[in-house]
Design a binder for this molecule. Structure first.
Ligand code: NAD
Ligand code: MG
Length: 392
């Protein structure tokens, strides 16, 4: 039996992870569940999975939550609060697997804590790799942690790597990585039609059901930009050896082009329970609840190039990856502020890339050689982005 610490259990990835665990009850025990706002869902999850720990954001919420748990049959669950408690459960001796499913750079410290403690990290929180790629990969290596990607593209690439492959290595014989992208809900609009798209339209992804932030990232294609940076660190590949290809059906989850002309791809229905089940069970396999791919229904697999004119965020991500140092952290922080402003209806959709470009042009890139330098670049970029927003 493996013990799972699920950081961000109430989100889209968190819920899908518990779906897979429910299907394979005898293989897993839940050590910790954590939530930010959706305390009602956390309560239901605690009653069903009876974790040793539940973590909420602050002491006041913890008191209220403790009261609710005491009146339920999950009364043995201990309630903790705050960022330190996320790190505490990630590195806890009972934890074998940390599922890092918090959204945003705020997930960085708990992901790092799990890596420092040599845990198996199932990484959904791509922002932590974008913000501190070299650092996180070296902490993983130095502490004998195992990093398995949950992001469907990176999980697909991992599945197409040679058997002995470990995260952070450059695999022999790889010519290129090909990241596929659905193109999001605005694939068929012209660049000029993007000015007036709404939050509701941006969050209505054609193939995947996800949290709001990543849905907006998919619509701007910053999601693919973040994934490009994620892939570069995970697979030790430079930007010029990672291509992005739009594949609107989201059936081919990514591909590796090998030097002998072989291309290996991983295919499946677009459902995050597949990469989650793969990484949970790795190196074995078990059920995910996802139905078999029907090639007679999905009988059209098409590919096209991505337009930088329509999706400037993708260009900005390539540039940030080339610039290295704290540039990806600055890109990510500016994007988080911009997406939040868009979701609050304070910024137009096309303003997202404009704001990020503005922040990147104002802020100085420095070496990302310590956690302090990364966190300070993140904080500074957020402040610059907020100032730009306020000053129009
Ligand atoms: P979501 O918004 O549905 O859930 C986010 C989770 O993080 C929630 O449990 C929330 O309580 C928690 N959280 C948010 N802010 C927090 C804070 N300040 N402190 C502590 N916890 C906090 O997001 P999601 O779609 O599940 O995505 C989670 C991560 O997985 C993101 O990094 C996303 O890019 C990545 N990812 C998601 C998908 C998907 O299909 N949803 C696919 C690939 C990668
Ligand atoms: Mg993805």
């Amino acid at each position: 039996m493996k013990s799972v610490c699920l950081l961000g259990s109430t989100g889209s990835i968190g819920v899908s992870t518990l779906d897979v665990i429910r299907l394979n009850k005898n293989a897993y025990r839940v050590v910790a569940l954590t939530a930010n706002k959706n305390i009602g869902r956390l309560l239901e999850q605690c009653i069903e999975f009876k974790p040793t720990y539940a973590v909420v954001p602050d002491a006041e919420l913890a008191d209220a939550f403790r009261g609710k748990l005491e009146r339920s049959d999950a009364c043995e669950t201990q309630v903790l609060s705050g960022m330190d408690s996320l790190e505490f459960v990630a590195k806890h001796s009972m934890t074998d697997i940390v599922v890092a499913a918090i959204v945003g750079a705020v997930g960085l410290l708990s992901t790092l804590a799990g890596a420092k403690a040599g845990k198996t990290i199932l990484l959904a929180n791509k922002e932590s790799l974008v913000v501190s790629g070299d650092l996180l990969m070296s902490v993983v290596k130095q502490n004998g942690a195992t990093l398995l990607p949950l992001d469907s593209e990176h999980n697909a690439l991992f599945q197409c790597m040679p058997d002995a492959y470990k995260a952070g290595q450059r695999a022999e014989g790889v010519r290129k990585l090909i990241l596929t992208a659905s193109g999001g809900p605005f694939l068929n609009l012209n660049a000029s039609e993007l000015d007036n798209v709404t939050v509701e339209q941006a969050c209505a992804h054609p193939n995947w059901s996800m949290g709001h932030k990543i849905s907006v990232d998919s619509a701007t294609m910053m999601n693919k930009g973040l994934e490009l940076i994620e892939a570069s660190y995970l697979f030790d590949m430079p930007a010029e050896l990672i291509d992005v290809l739009i594949h609107p059906q989201s059936i081919v989850h990514s591909m590796i082009d090998y030097v002998d002309g072989s291309v290996l791809a991983q295919l499946g229905n677009p459902d995050m329970r597949t990469p989650i089940a793969h990484a949970l069970a790795w190196p074995k396999r078990h059920e995910s609840g996802v139905s078999a791919l029907d090639f007679l229904v999905n009988n059209q697999l098409t590919f096209e190039s991505a337009s930088y004119e329509k999706f400037p965020c993708l260009r900005l991500a390539y540039e940030a990856l080339d610039a290295k140092g704290t540039a990806p952290a600055i890109l990510n922080a500016a994007n988080e502020v911009a997406v939040e402003a868009f979701l609050a209806k304070e910024l137009a959709f096309t303003g997202i890339s404009t704001l990020i470009e503005q922040v990147l042009s104002i802020t100085t890139v420095s070496p990302a050689d310590s956690i302090e330098s990364v966190l300070s670049a993140d904080a500074e970029a957020r402040q610059v982005a907020k100032n730009c927003l306020e000053n129009g």
